[in-house]
Design a protein around this ligand. Structure first.
Ligand code: B1H
Length: 840
């Protein structure tokens, strides 16, 4: 009998590597050739680059698989507590390169690929990213999955496998055009379908009471329709650990047409129709960055993935041999905004109707299992569902919500006797006119913890939209400021800066970003500053080359790269940025010899297809660019670029190249922002308002190293309370007036005065996001930026200090806080047989 030590010794001495797990470049090269042949069915002479991408992806997937299997096995055997992240959106970005980084095999795979005469970058570029989200909220879910795995926290991310993700954006004649995102067209090597784990989800119909064997009153739900949920699993690797978590996304399918014939005898076409209707459920992501009010299909999507996920969790729990009563001790369920909040009613239904628990017991389990993250303050963004729609789709859940509400209000009544207003404000049902279900209230009542995503946001929640809940249960509220993963947002996207930093301070920062502190003293080192500048310059050149190749625009890499990249929204104020561009333009036109530092304004972002004003803002940016970029008087001092199709892949070229990060939302409107962190981490300075996480970033990097402007959130409230009149600012500020008048005159629209009229009117008549009130402060601040950039040495020092002090904004820190304050979970290490370990 050989001991494990002996086996290890033998394997090591012979350097035997399994073709499915080995990590040397020779083994990888063999495995890639093998996959090209046996998975893609190609030989090198006819293989496309995409075939090679698939061969490499399968090779990497093999290496992930036994880590993944061991992870699942360990969690099953050890009865660990698992975090279940419920999110309607995930934006993981391309998987291949991230897995190479996390597994520590980038160099080996590069060598393997080069030995076959290929180039790794062009293979990586083949991957179609899963655009299963709109923006910050979906990307946050992906960063959190990365950190959970890296910190070895048992976790499953549940969501929806949209067949079409967020649309691809093209710009035609300066306008956004939406193109269907057919991300699955060429296959997806990262997912494994598990049809054997399909679950049934019911919709519509009615409920009826009955008496069970014990003589207890029960309710059963007779649905009108049943849809199957098929799980598709994607492994999510941690950085240099064996832990590999699961992202489990659900696809809707009709139950077997065979079963259908039992209901519709001989109705073949009816069965086909039913199939189409069912499969529409997970067909497409709603491309809105704020909730979609009253769309039945959206509610169906939410309920569908939540029901699938909760049924799945209960099954896992019982399979582990645990009694249903301990569910909340083994699972904690995080609601990523209210999109999955129906889960509170669904878990109650499963526990009470299906597992026959008593209400109170079921409610205790539910409240302890759930926690809710709020992501927005915009009042129009709070999800509510018309009661009629809700009741016709989910009749049982409506009853359950009534019951939850009744018991909740009974409790509230005792506390606030004789205060009907309070009751009406807290109720899960919005009365008056047509009744609606308030999903945020359901989430609050059904959760043991409620958190905002930045300090200001949490404070504003407590004094604003969720004030009544805060008064009731202050202990439930916590702030957990968002974070981003330094693996993707630094190591992967900025190898040059990664190398420079690692050379100086080692590589511990990759999993302990606070170690960036060690860069502080280097900010004073002129030689280091010079190297830093060289790196930034090279990275800017990369972006300039890309823009040259794709848009035929020549950029000056020594100009200020001033970048605003995020969804297009009035509250994010891309048009304030445009007012600054026009102001600079006017100054140069008036005084052609004016010494202004050259600037390149870069924009990226998608507008919701139905959001006309946002689409008009894109047209304004491209139209201003058209004029400014070609005006000989400007002598190339100003360039305006709109980079089409801002997504994870494209963003990765953008963040590293920024000198200046635009975070200019109206104070009190941006819950957190996460792009602000990615820019800063890559050495950009921020120009920003006191909004969302900007405030904490400014505190961390210190006020001198941050360009602050604008009214505070309190100022904005006061301004509006006093009756804000934007025209006053317009009438008293000649530069502002000139900029707006130039837009209105048709100067940027070939004389067409009507084109931008809606935008100009909105600013002059209402200006709900107070651009005019913040204009002068923004311009003054931008002038300081221009000044500061002239002194490259000081600028660089400031940039280094920004990076040195940004450590807090790692998603690892955020996840540690969730673990400690909300989830009560601990890391669990995953061990492989030693000879299978990475020897990287
Ligand atoms: C955020 C959303 C959002 N907040 C509804 N809310 C959606 C709401 O499709 N829908 O119905 C989609 C998205 N997204 C963002 O979350 C905030 O605006 C950011 O400030 C924040 O950084 C991000 C992550 O917390």
């Amino acid at each position: 009998e050989l001991s494990p030590e002996h086996i290890t010794e033998i394997y090591d001495s012979f350097h035997i590597e399994d073709d499915r797990t080995g990590l040397s470049s020779e083994t990888l090269q063999r495995a890639i050739a093998d996959n090209l042949y046996y998975i893609q069915g190609k030989f090198p002479e006819i293989a496309t680059l995409y075939d090679y991408y698939m061969a490499v992806a399968y090779t990497v997937r093999d290496r992930l698989l036994h880590r993944w299997i061991n992870t699942v096995k360990t969690y099953r055997e050890q009865d660990v507590k698992v975090v279940c992240y419920l999110s309607a959106e995930y934006l993981p970005g391309p998987h291949l390169e991230n897995n190479l980084v996390n597994l520590g095999i980038y160099d080996q795979v590069q060598q393997a690929v080069e030995s076959s005469g290929l180039d790794l970058r062009s293979i990586l570029a083949q991957e179609e990213e899963p655009g299963l989200g709109n923006g910050g909220l979906g990307r946050l879910a992906a960063c959190y999955m990365d950190s959970l795995a890296t910190l070895e926290i048992p976790a499953i991310g549940y969501g929806i496998r949209y067949e079409y993700g967020i649309f691809d954006q093209e710009i035609r004649e300066g306008w956004q055009v939406e193109i269907t995102d057919k991300w699955l067209r060429l296959g997806n090597p990262w997912e494994i379908p598990r049809p054997e784990n399909a679950v049934e989800v019911k919709f519509g119909g009615y409920t009826e009471p009955y008496t069970d064997d014990q003589g207890d009153y029960r309710v059963r739900w007779i649905p009108h329709q049943v849809v199957n949920g098929i799980p598709y699993d994607t492994p999510i690797s941690g950085y240099r650990v064996n832990t590999t978590s699961t992202m489990r996304l659900w696809k809707a399918e009709a139950p077997e047409s065979f079963d259908f014939q039992a209901f519709n005898v001989g109705d073949y076409y009816g069965a086909v129709d039913a199939k189409i209707i069912s499969e529409n459920l997970t067909k497409v992501l709603y491309p809105n960055d704020e909730p979609i009010q009253g769309k039945q299909l959206r509610l169906e999507q939410q309920y569908f993935f939540v029901s699938c996920s909760l049924q799945n969790l209960l099954k896992i729990h019982l399979l582990r041999g645990d009694p249903i009563e301990t569910f909340h001790e083994k699972f904690v369920i995080q609601l990523n905004d209210t999109h999955p909040a129906i889960g509170v009613a669904e878990l109650m239904r499963l526990l009470v109707d299906e597992y026959l628990l008593h209400w109170q017991k079921a409610w205790d389990i539910t409240q302890q299992a759930f926690a809710y993250t709020n992501h927005t303050l915009l009042p129009e963004a709070l999800e509510t569902w018309p009661l009629n729609l809700f009741g016709s789709l989910l009749p049982r859940h409506l009853e359950i919500i009534y019951e939850i509400n009744q018991r909740f209000l009974d409790q509230v009544r005792l506390k606030y006797l004789g205060n009907p207003d309070k009751l009406a404000r807290l109720s899960l049902i919005e009365e008056g006119g047509s009744k609606r279900i308030r999903m945020a209230h359901l989430a609050c009542v059904g959760s043991h913890a409620i958190n905002g995503v930045a300090a200001l946001h949490t404070e504003l929640l407590k004094e604003g939209v969720l004030k009544d809940f805060y008064d009731l249960w202050p202990h439930k509220f916590t702030n957990i400021t968002n974070g981003v993963t330094p693996r993707r947002w630094m190591v992967l996207i900025n190898p040059r800066l990664t190398q420079l930093i690692t050379r100086e301070i080692g590589e511990t920062w990759i999993t302990q970003l606070e170690d960036f502190k060690r860069l502080e003293s280097l900010a004073e080192d002129p030689a280091f500053r010079q190297e830093w500048r060289r790196v930034k310059r090279a990275v800017k050149q990369d972006l300039a080359d890309y823009i040259q190749a794709h848009q035929g625009l020549t950029l000056n890499p020594d100009s200020i790269f001033d970048i605003q990249a995020k969804r297009i929204h009035e509250y994010k104020r891309q048009h304030l940025n445009v007012l600054h561009i026009i102001t600079l333009y006017n100054r140069i036109k008036h005084n052609p010899r004016l010494a202004v530092p050259p600037r390149t304004f870069i924009f990226g972002g998608k507008a919701a297809p139905g959001y006309q004003m946002a689409k008009l803002i894109i047209k304004l940016i491209t139209s201003v660019g058209e004029v400014v970029n070609h005006d000989p008087d400007i002598c190339d001092l100003i360039k305006v670029v709109f980079l089409p199709d801002f997504n994870v892949t494209n963003s990765q070229r953008i963040y590293p190249a920024a000198d200046l990060s635009e975070q200019i939302s109206t104070a009190g409107k941006e819950a957190s922002g996460t792009g602000n962190m990615k820019f800063s981490m890559n050495g950009a300075l921020t120009i920003g308002t006191l909004d969302g996480a900007n405030i904490e970033i400014r505190e961390a990097v210190e006020a001198d190293n941050f360009f602050l402007f604008g009214h505070t959130s309190e100022d904005i409230v006061d301004l509006k309370a006093q009756g804000y009149v934007p025209k006053t600012f317009y009438n008293t500020n000649p530069a502002l007036k000139e900029a707006i008048d130039l837009i209105a005159s048709g100067y940027f629209s070939h004389g067409n005065r009507a084109l931008f009229q809606p935008l100009v009117d909105q600013l002059l008549q209402a200006d709900p996001y107070c651009l005019l009130a913040d204009y002068q402060s923004y311009i003054d601040c931008q002038d300081q930026v221009g000044q500061a950039f002239q002194d490259q040495d000081t600028w660089t020092k400031t940039a280094i200090l920004n990076v040195a002090r940004i450590g807090r904004f790692s998603s690892d820190r955020a996840i540690r806080e969730y673990c400690r304050e909300i989830w009560w979970v601990n890391p669990v290490s995953i061990h492989l047989e030693e000879y299978q370990q990475a020897k990287a």
